[in-house]
Design a protein around this ligand. Sequence first.
Ligand SMILES: Nc1ncnc2c1ncn2[C@@H]1O[C@H](COP(=O)(O)OP(=O)(O)OP(=O)(O)O)[C@@H](O)[C@H]1O
Ligand SMILES: [Mg+2]
Length: 251
Amino acid sequence: MTPAQAPHEPLQGPEVPVPPAPVIRMRGVTRTFPSPPPVTALRSCELTVLPGEYVAVVGPSGSGKSTFLNLLGLLDRPSSGTYELDGIDTGTLAESRRTALRGQRIGFVFQSFHLLPHRTAAENVALAQLYNRTPRGGRRAAARDVLQRVGLGHRLDALPTRMSGGERQRVAIARALVNEPSLLLCDEPTGNLDSVTADRVMTLFEELHATGLTLLVITHDRDVAARAGRTVTIRDGVLRPGVAAPSGGRA
Ligand SMILES: Nc1ncnc2c1ncn2[C@@H]1O[C@H](COP(=O)(O)OP(=O)(O)OP(=O)(O)O)[C@@H](O)[C@H]1O
Ligand SMILES: [Mg+2]
């Protein structure tokens, strides 16, 4: 009950909304690579990310960031612990179901863009829809809409080889968004960009976040992390809330 509630609004009723499931719910996640000798890259990690949150994950080299991203992106499975994506327990799913879930619910953005160099911006984005059921004409329209959303409506037919780093990363972001994912997972998204261009990409993330998108950004860069709504730190495979002391000292 809030004092601001309008008098004619019922306080309770059949339509009391059920809170949405967290986008990410990881509990007790450990990942050990069996390589001789075995390496435990993540230990007992706990993370809950609610819809619409913007979370940065920071940590030094070798701390477990990519291992963590691979688990979140359903590219790898935990050795123990559970991971629910949008309330779905992913550990019990067959590989084909995990692949489908990844395609429908997760958009990836990487440091090095991973665009097809001989396809236009619009084609790169449209190709990401091959595995959903959008008909061909609809794919082109959806690609145009999402490229407009990232400020590239005027570059639909440009080849990545003729684009700046910032433009390429915008195409990659458009491609990640075209299937309307629940979660945008970004691995060092500004790692190949100069500071001005990186700043523009961060502004785009803020705009997307303002429209309700859930983002998780892995970064070395504390300035990038500072612009997220919340930061978690990984050190030696252990996840902790907040920003830890700079590396050098022991966490
Ligand atoms: N396939 C593997 N087999 C064995 N050990 C691995 C494997 N992948 C990663 N590791 C080890 O797990 C630890 C975490 O690696 P990870 O790649 O997750 O670190 P990172 O934080 O992404 O580092 P960087 O910032 O350098 O990318 C490291 O000690 C790494 O050597
Ligand atoms: Mg890494």
